[in-house]
Design a protein around this ligand. Structure first.
Ligand code: GSH
Length: 230
């Protein structure tokens, strides 16, 4: 099977939820990271310069045996199935889906503040997110974790749901977003446990070492390099 994952050269959750399961399962794939120039071309033409179809002119896109598939959730499920990190049971699968869709909702909640150019308005939006919207969603996620007997979101093993939450949370927990303090996750013990456990996974550590920019002198400090305007 020929697999290519096309995204920007950043460790954003929409790509990491596909790249990481493939890497963890040692499935060979081409980790294509496009340039600004490629992005301008695809916006205009709906394809890359090599002819690869980008159906909605947005990324990520997964190309399997020459067929392009768009949309983060669908791509995550394909990579999860290939990697054994997506359950076969339909209820458990639905429970994974609900987490991936919630990560999308949280991402969309953050988007207006990303696009706001007025610093005062942006700060006000971030304060509202910090005090209200984000803790509300983190609380819902904490409740779901409380109801499961393992420390993972679904079943007894790490799934793409945990990867999605880990990756999105990294954006917040590592202080990438101005005016959203990393300590915001402190009251959510179970959520923090998912974050820490995924981060401790040897494959995840290896992936970060391999693909995240970091200062060679402090190997555990990674720069998430995610632009505010994503
Ligand atoms: N519904 C899409 C949204 C993807 C998306 O928003 N991608 C962003 C990058 S994170 C993008 O391509 N932005 C450029 C644009 O929308 O023009 C999905 O779930 O994958």
């Amino acid at each position: 099977m020929d697999i290519r994952l096309i995204y920007f050269d950043i460790p954003f959750w929409r790509a990491e939820v596909a790249r990481l399961p493939l890497f963890i399962a040692s499935i060979k794939f081409d980790d294509v990271r496009i340039t600004d120039d490629d992005n301008s071309y695809l916006k205009e033409n709906g394809k890359l310069k090599d002819g690869t179809l980008i159906p909605f002119r947005q990324l990520p896109v997964l190309v399997i045996d020459g067929q392009s598939v768009a949309q983060t959730g669908g791509i995550a499920r394909i990579c999860g199935k290939l990697s054994g990190m997506y359950p076969e049971d339909i209820i458990e699968a639905g429970k994974v889906d609900q987490i991936i869709d919630t990560v999308t909702d949280i991402n969309e909640l953050l988007n207006p503040s990303m696009r706001e150019n007025d610093p005062m308005k942006k700060r006000a939006m971030r304060i509202e997110l910090t005090n209200k919207d984000l803790p509300r969603y983190f609380g819902y996620l904490e409740e779901i974790l409380k109801a499961n007997s393992s420390h993972w979101f679904v079943g007894n093993n790490m799934s793409i749901a945990d990867i999605a939450v880990w990756s999105l949370l990294g954006w917040i927990a590592e202080g990438v977003l101005d005016d959203i303090p990393p300590e915001i996750t402190n009251p959510f013990e179970r959520l923090k446990k998912v974050y820490n456990e995924v981060g401790k996974n040897p494959f995840v550590r290896e992936w970060k070492k391999k693909t995240y920019s970091h200062d060679e002198s402090s190997s555990d400090e990674y720069n998430l390099d995610i632009p505010e305007s994503i």
